[in-house]
Every structure is written in C-alpha cells, then in structure tokens.
Ligand binder design. Structure first.
Ligand SMILES: [Zn+2]
Ligand SMILES: [Zn+2]
Length: 114
C-alpha cells in the first residue's frame, strides 16, 4: 500500500548534479528516488512538478526551469511563487530608486521568462 502511495504522487523536481558534467532532474520527496536519466532529460518538459514553495502543481517549462536553475538552486516553483519572489525584488528596488520602476520590473519579467 505504501508503495502505491509513492507511485501516485506528483514528483517535486529539482536539478541535482550527478557528476561534474551532468545534472539530472530528480524528485526531492523523501519517499521517492525517481529521477530523469541524462539521456531522457529532454522528456522533462511538460511534466508536472510540485512547487517547492507552496506544493501546488506546476508544469515544467523552459522558462520555469531556467528560473529554478538561476534563482532557486534548481528547485521548481509555480508561476505564483515566481511572481511573489519577483515582487520581493520590487521592494528592494523601490528602496533604492522608484523613478524607473516600470523599466526595472519589465526587465525582471523578461529575465524570468527567458
Ligand atoms: Zn517523486
Ligand atoms: Zn508555488
């Protein structure tokens, strides 16, 4: 029964290094040792993943995967949590200078979506 429960979950993906050259997307849940083998990494796109911040289900897309790698140690986040983190940066920028906030936010949004 416990095995069935482990099988039926949505994986919670993060990118972990296998060796110096290769990193793989692997499930971070304690009862699961699923990972996407290096020769199947291209299959990861479009798969469901749990969000590391809110545990909602998100879909692995190139932009979200890039954000996870660049900004969250390889841990997948949903769009809401990515937006919340970008808003956090807005507050930091506001303290510095609010003159060109729109430009700064537009740039952050572009960076986050690449
Ligand atoms: Zn899993
Ligand atoms: Zn989330």
């Amino acid at each position: 029964m416990a095995r069935q429960r482990a099988k039926g979950h949505v994986h919670k993906y993060r990118l972990v290094p296998m060796n110096q050259e290769t990193s793989v997307w692997a499930c971070g849940l304690p009862m699961c040792n699923h990972f996407m083998p290096p020769n199947m990494q291209h299959m990861i796109e479009g798969k469901a993943s749990e969000c590391w911040d809110c545990n909602n289900t998100t879909i692995m897309s190139p932009a979200r995967m890039k954000y996870a790698i660049d900004s969250n140690e390889g841990r997948m986040l949903c769009d809401d949590c990515i937006a919340a983190r970008l808003e956090g940066r807005e507050i930091v920028f506001k303290d510095i200078d609010d003159v060109e906030m729109d430009d700064i936010l537009a740039q952050i949004a572009r960076e986050g979506k690449k």
